[in-house]
Design a protein around this ligand. Sequence first.
Ligand code: HEM
Length: 185
Amino acid sequence: MERLPQGHGTTTRVLHWLVAVLILLMIPAGLIMVREGLPRNLQDTLFVFHKNVGSLLIVIVALRLAWRMTHRPPGLPATMPAWQRRAAAASHVALYVLMVAMPLSGYVRVRAGGFPIEALDAIGFPALIPESKALAEAASSFHAIAAFILIGIIAIHVAAALQHALIRRDGVFQRMWPPVARERP
Ligand code: HEM
């Protein structure tokens, strides 16, 4: 019988699913809040949620990145073709780059535009970015384009995960699910 590949530890899994849930909330909130004709209070609520939870994501993603750099993931099963391993590695790098670029560009867009981030302002956290219309506009365009690239890569990532879970059933999905690692027999 083929041995199942070794899974990720609980810290890696918790960080993965926490970031996944938050990003999957940030994307629809971002897409809806920029639409015209939205009721004012709904738009304000979505903006406050998006800016504040997004800023928290900068910290969580930094922790995730630090954890990833100090903890090598276990190897993939030998049954996976080389091109799939390369595709997995490339898409994971792209996801990490976008996980960093998205919240940072959002932060720059808001601060350069002179807007508040309520939770940070309440604790007296400095803006860090000078007000600049040109910078705010550049960050806004970057944020919107990067969001659509991120959505595309997440779609590929989820499709690949489901293919492992439902079609190949090779244990790769169970490397990250459930969010708490089980004792291996
Ligand atoms: C992983 C984190 C994030 C994701 C996935 C994300 C996603 C999105 C998406 C999909 C949009 C709609 C883009 C468009 O069609 O224009 C958007 C817009 C926006 N986001 Fe984010 N965002 C993130 C973090 C942040 C953060 C941290 C902030 C600010 C602190 C922020 C501020 C904004 C603002 C102000 C807009 C409206 C852009 C504009 O109209 O200029 N975002 N975001």
